[in-house]
Design a protein around this ligand. Structure first.
Ligand SMILES: [Zn+2]
Length: 339
């Protein structure tokens, strides 16, 4: 496969925010012992504008997997560090592998009977359902063990509290498989609402930003989206870029005091404030990744079925959050996000 073709596939997938948000997801292509894979912290959507890929040797990555090491060195020439999920891409035997944060798959998998629902929806396809494992080495090892149980390697891995992985022999095969998954796991979003600027302004004593795009405000406007914002993060990128707990303003407290309280109580400074039935205020310090994940939370919330009760979505628990916050590969992505 030509790099140009890989770039256009990456850009097309990256442009769909129901599949990829911010610098999430990754794409790879194998040729002999070469693996061309997205570099950590780069955006799939930008593949046509800049070089987002890096190259590694499959034999070396398999050696890292055996040695239990997922801290892969950067390319000495470009400084590009291979994606956190490089080990996972090598474990999938297919020439072309993509990992997506497909929101509908994340929502279904987070429901109490998620494995059963997904089993029915993907019936007839060669897929495996994996419980949550930390990105990097633990996820790659779990995927390798799951794949061993299949006569022919699964083309789809559903990753609980994370997303999915697809493997294919060619670009056309991958697109067909992806479209089939999108159709089967379809969750149409509810209509977006407009923010109530008149209710946001009196709260905004820090002069935070009010996004002109109505999408992020729907975290505060849609009842199910707001419930989801109150729950634990549904997947690692949410935690990494927005922190473990979202700031939701009560009716009487202004922003400055609420930010201070939240920082003391939860140990992280919020970059976003949610004002129920009004909209959101965004800190001028919020990174590209934080705003992308806020929009992803709105998109997820608008798709989440209203029938699921409060607390009915299983997010990352306290131990899983702690493990991720201490994972040094995630600090590399945060550093990249700051530029
Ligand atoms: Zn991921």
């Amino acid at each position: 496969m030509e790099l140009e073709s890989l770039n256009s596939l990456s850009a097309a997938l990256g442009a769909d925010s129901s599949l990829i948000q911010g610098a999430g997801g990754n794409l790879s292509f194998k040729s002999g012992d070469r693996l061309i894979i997205k570099a950590s912290g780069t955006s799939m959507s930008q593949a046509k504008e800049k070089n987002i890929f890096t190259e590694v040797k499959i034999s070396e990555i398999l050696g890292s997997l055996e040695a239990g090491n997922d801290n892969l060195p950067p390319d000495p020439l470009t400084g590009h560090k291979p994606s956190i999920e490089t080990l996972l891409h090598v474990v999938m035997p297919h020439p072309l592998v993509v990992h997506l944060h497909m929101l509908s798959a994340i929502i279904f998998a987070a429901m109490a009977n998620g494995a059963e629902i997904i089993g029915q929806k993907l019936n007839g396809l060669n897929f495996a359902f994996l419980d949550y494992h930390r990105p990097g080495l633990p996820l790659a090892l779990a995927a390798r063990d799951a794949i061993k149980n299949f006569k022919s390697p699964p083309d789809i891995l559903i990753l609980k509290k994370h997303g999915l992985v697809l493997g294919a022999n060619s670009r056309d095969e991958l697109i067909l498989l992806l479209n089939d998954c999108i159709r089967r796991l379809d969750l149409p979003p509810r209509a977006m609402q407009q923010p109530r600027i008149d209710r946001l302004l009196p709260k905004n004593d820090l002069d935070w930003l009010i996004d002109s795009d109505p999408l992020p405000h729907n975290v505060a406007l849609d009842k199910t989206a707001l419930n989801l914002a109150k729950s634990a993060p549904l997947y690692p990128d949410h935690l990494v870029f927005l922190g473990p707990v979202m700031l939701i303003l009560g009716p009487s407290k202004p922003l400055a005091l609420s930010v201070l309280d939240h920082t003391i109580r939860h140990g992280h400074q919020p970059k976003v404030a949610i004002i129920p039935e009004a909209g959101v205020l965004i800190s001028p310090d919020a990174s590209f990744g934080a705003v992308a994940m806020l929009k992803a939370l709105a998109l997820t919330g608008l798709r989440a079925p209203e029938s699921v009760p409060i607390g009915g979505f299983e997010g990352l628990d306290a131990n899983q959050c702690r493990e991720l916050m201490n994972f040094n590969a995630e600090s590399h992505r945060l550093k990249m996000d700051a530029y």
